[in-house]
Design a binder for this molecule. Sequence first.
Ligand code: CO
Length: 499
Amino acid sequence: MSETYDLFKNRVGEVHDLGAAMGLMGWDQEVYMPDKGVAARARHRSTLAALIHDRIVDPGLGELITRLQNVQLEGFEAANVAEMKRQRDRSVRIPRQLVADLARETTLAQQAWVAARKEDRWELFSPHLSKLVDLKRQEAEAVGYETEAYDALLDEYEPGAQAAQLADLFTEVRQGLVPLLADIVAADNPPTDALCRGDFSVEDQDRLGRLVLANMGFDFESGRLDISTHPFTEGLDPTDVRITTRYQNTCLLEGLYSNLHEGGHALYEMGLPMDYAGQAVGQSASLGIHESQSRLWENLVGRSANYMNWLQPQMAEIWPSVFGKASGDDLWRAVNVVQPSLIRTQADEVTYNLHIILRMEIERALIAGEVEVAQLPSLWREKVRHYLDLDVPSDTEGVLQDIHWSFGLFGYFPTYALGNLYASQFFAAAEAALPDLGAQISAGQTAPLLAWLREKIHSQGLLHQAGDLCRQVTGQDLSAQPFLTHLRQKFGQIYHLNG
Ligand code: CO
């Protein structure tokens, strides 16, 4: 039996290593690759994608899995086999031709999306999107589903999640957010972020970024920080985790919070179980859980009053004339301004999930065939008016703003909202387990929090599916309540809503 498991392990390791090569190429494309390399890189990656698909669907791997299912395995080993079986069953159902069609059409769609967004011409992108929606519907039919086709797509990013359940959860979120947002918008003397606006060199911001990351526990001997257009994290192994950021000369917030966000993703990757590196069970539990780690550091830690007590003197050392006279409290207000806006990536903690909810509604209807691609620009305007009370002046600031659909990522957006909910629930559990947490964060001591996250979440890898992990860590099913409680409490104070 151990021989069978070793054979299985080797094959899984090969699949993972090919994936790491693809990941490194993707990282390089965003950080270093010269512009003219794009066509060749698309070819390199599509060759690797096909090889990975071949390795996964290989009958030899299927046979090993079948044999191991008849053997009594436990813990990580059992989870490793179960997860690989899940991934393989999905891949086997998707015809190779469809994999190739999707690889080709997404490359074309991305190019078209860049041009359409730049020129604000929806018609350049819409034919590609129609094709992709058609291919993703085919994928969903091939994979299979119980209730609706969208579930089959969602399942790739958030195993076990179902659209109808998420929709109920998000309705609860929306019903909590709408009155809170109305109170905030109507509040007198709202805070401003003027303190964080001015002239800040990239060099100084990089210094702050590295200081913040080191303080979180980011290991620079197992990770790198670089610059890219869109910040992201690429974990090749717990010992090699790449994050990127972007800095604006006129405002500190984007760089600072992108570092905290990607730093949170990176800590998860660095803390995954070393003994299972390169195995299916050695990966993150789901994208929603991954996003919970980034959001926890970005918002629950990084936008808290406690953290600002520590951060303010650090910032005063780098920019004495700007932050020398400001208090931690001043800084706390400046980083927590709530303002309905058009662009998801710039949204604050309160309005962010509304951006996700409208995207999920649109893509769910699209995959169900209830709306056509041609209707999307007007549908987008309608929903932004409804949820955020804003007019959308252009498609570039509307339906064309996100890259996801051009990659064929349908069912991905909900994981962002799930991340926000998990983050609040996990942080509440951490506060209960670590009574001195607030004082520790205030003193810049984040190690106890990281140790707790390492033990409860990071080191678990994919031993448990997301929902089970949540119950294990917090004793409860995932709920909207910790998130809504956190927002009401914090913004009630900042906007003086409670009398
Ligand atoms: Co993220």
